[in-house]
Design a binder for this molecule. Structure first.
Ligand SMILES: Nc1ncnc2c1ncn2[C@@H]1O[C@H](COP(=O)(O)OP(=O)(O)O)[C@@H](O)[C@H]1O
Ligand SMILES: [Mg+2]
Length: 260
């Protein structure tokens, strides 16, 4: 990996920045209020909070699938508030998402669902076959890759969704409770895949309830409660709301911005 001058100098590259972001559905109450945080390139965060806290809503903002009702979201150096739809679509190509409800195309086989991002990126058929078969084998679906998702179990569908999200090597990987339907062993194996991707440079956010995962992996946590977001870093052993003092491109203490 070639490091930029900023990286060589120890500066972190900001991938995503939320400033005073709020979200409401229709005329309902704000589900998210005044959310401030920064995701640096190569970071790994868990997104936690009780059911209904707004984890999936925050994910939809991170995925640029929904615009906030107030505040600013910057993604890959661009202010997404003012970007037209088509440009948002282009930015989204750098983001892999594992939706809580999978969102697989029911009329396409597992293989074809996973192949989609590679087809969009213009890969040739030989490479597509090689990559898709290898990944589906790895997630334990080698024997049923030509079946249609509706004929498969929840755990199998979840693994198709995971394979589809990671196959094109996204810059940012978002996973909304990705191990929810999986047994502990395969859940931890998949966490190993996420760790591996992160070591190769992918920025990762995983929404999870799993204490088994949170206890084993010491990544910082974005905690949603009552519409607000706080950051807890187990490595620091305390709530870190003020920001670290490391030199950083994104280091910001004023205005209640939480530096992650
Ligand atoms: N499409 C929607 N329309 C209206 N309200 C929604 C919608 N999606 C989520 N909500 C509401 O937003 C709140 C947060 O939901 P969600 O983001 O799904 O939380 P979580 O993923 O943490 O369980 C809940 O009160 C939920 O009912
Ligand atoms: Mg959810």
């Amino acid at each position: 990996m070639v490091l930029s001058h900023f990286e060589q100098a120890g500066f972190a590259i900001v991938m995503i920045k939320f400033e005073h972001v709020g979200l409401r559905y229709g005329i309902g109450p704000e589900v998210l209020s005044d959310i401030n945080f920064t995701l640096e390139q190569g970071s790994f965060h868990f997104l936690c909070g009780p059911s209904g806290a707004g984890k999936t809503s925050l994910m939809s903002l991170l995925y640029l699938g929904r615009r906030p009702t107030r505040g600013t979201i910057q993604a890959f150096g661009k202010n997404t508030n003012v970007l037209p739809r088509e440009e948002l679509g282009l930015l989204r190509q750098g983001i892999g998402v594992i939706f809580q409800d999978f969102r697989l195309l029911p009329h396409l086989s597992a293989f074809e669902n996973v192949a989609l991002p590679l087809r969009i990126n213009g890969f040739d058929e030989k490479k597509i076959k090689l990559h898709v078969e290898e990944l589906l084998d790895w997630v334990g679906l080698g024997d049923c890759m030509h079946r249609l998702p509706p004929t498969m179990s929840g755990g199998q569908q979840q693994r198709i969704a995971i394979a589809r999200a990671v196959i094109a090597n996204p810059k940012l990987l978002l996973a909304d409770e990705p191990t929810g339907n999986l047994d502990d062993e395969i859940g931890m194996k998949l966490m190993g895949l996420f760790e591996q991707l992160n070591k190769m440079g992918t920025t990762i956010v995983i929404a999870t309830h799993s204490l088994q995962i949170l206890d084993r992996l010491p990544h910082p946590r974005l905690i949603l409660e009552g519409g607000n977001l706080q950051v807890f870093d187990p490595a620091l052993g305390r709530e870190d709301l003020s920001g670290r003092d490391t030199p950083s491109f994104s280091s910001e203490k004023a205005g209640g911005v939480v530096h992650v």
